[in-house]
Design a protein around this ligand. Structure first.
Ligand SMILES: C[S@@+](CC[C@H](N)C(=O)[O-])C[C@H]1O[C@@H](n2cnc3c(N)ncnc32)[C@H](O)[C@@H]1O
Length: 255
């Protein structure tokens, strides 16, 4: 049976187009129809979420799992009592643990430029832990264990004072971390907002803004909520919400 003329023409057009590497009208029409996207992946609720009720030792390993490859060289520059590392297997990362208490000031780290994959920073986050006179340091009496864990137990070197002293440490540590980190390295920073001298200071915002100037992109943010209730010893009139949360900020060195 003879093919209709129109069909024969289409077939010839196709052969010619193939020969010359061109598209026929039909191919062009087909290409213009959007293809249905096939989505990969699986449905799951087993994902890391941004807000947690718990403690540092629970949340910190999960942040590393998400953002830092096993075997990475990690410098924890405020290692303190090593609480962050309590639930992490010993050989999972190449950990370099330092602290002022063991003689390494994070403002002058003993590492080559661009040599570290990840830096972890958790300095004293309350101005009360950075007073010039050690007798005026916060965390006295029954709170001395808290003070010993969170501050270096020494007075600050004078200027700047109060909340500015807290920021000064974060900013100087950020600059030094930037120096020792490789490009695309990860910088994990623990912080908490504070009310100082009756004024609200959103420390996490101040850090994010300053670090952006240094070349850090704020890739992730975790909120950690305390499990126990916060209390106040001498409350006259409440002015600000009592903070029962802190942050882990995750930065990437982009330049
Ligand atoms: C909040 S604690 C760190 C707790 C630690 N992340 C842990 O898991 O135990 C703050 C630490 O910062 C340290 N520190 C304060 N100023 C420092 C500085 N200039 N250089 C290095 N470490 C400093 C203190 O000695 C203290 O151990």
């Amino acid at each position: 049976m003879n093919k209709p003329k129109a069909l024969v023409r289409v077939a010839k057009d196709k052969q010619l187009a193939l020969f010359y590497g061109e598209k026929t009208k039909e191919d062009a029409a087909e290409a213009s129809v959007p293809k249905k996207r096939v989505q990969g992946g699986i449905a799951t609720s087993d994902i890391l979420q941004s807000a947690h009720i718990g403690n540092n030792a629970d949340l910190f390993p999960k942040i590393l799992d998400l953002h830092v490859k096993p075997g990475a060289v990690i410098a924890d520059i405020t290692y303190g009592l090593g609480v962050f590392w309590r639930n992490i297997p010993k050989n999972k990362y190449a950990l370099k643990a330092t602290d002022l208490k063991t003689g390494v000031d994070f403002r002058k780290l003993p590492y080559e430029d661009g040599s570290i994959d990840c830096v972890v920073l958790d300095p004293p986050y309350m101005e009360g832990l950075l007073r010039r006179n050690t007798k005026h340091l916060g965390g006295v009496g029954s709170y001395h264990a808290f003070r010993n864990a969170y501050s270096n137990g020494q007075g600050s070197d004078g200027e700047p004072k109060w909340h500015a002293a807290v920021l000064d440490l974060y900013f100087k540590a950020g600059k030094e971390a930037h120096r020792v980190m490789r490009k695309n390295g990860v910088f994990i920073v623990k912080c908490q907002d504070e009310v100082s001298a009756g004024k609200q200071n959103l420390t996490h915002v101040e850090i994010i803004n300053e670090y952006a100037k240094l070349g850090f992109y704020a890739k992730d943010l975790f909120v950690l909520v305390r499990t126990n209730n916060a209390s106040v010893s001498r409350l006259l009139k409440q002015v600000h919400a009592r903070k029962n949360h802190s942050y882990f900020l995750v930065f990437v060195k982009t330049r």
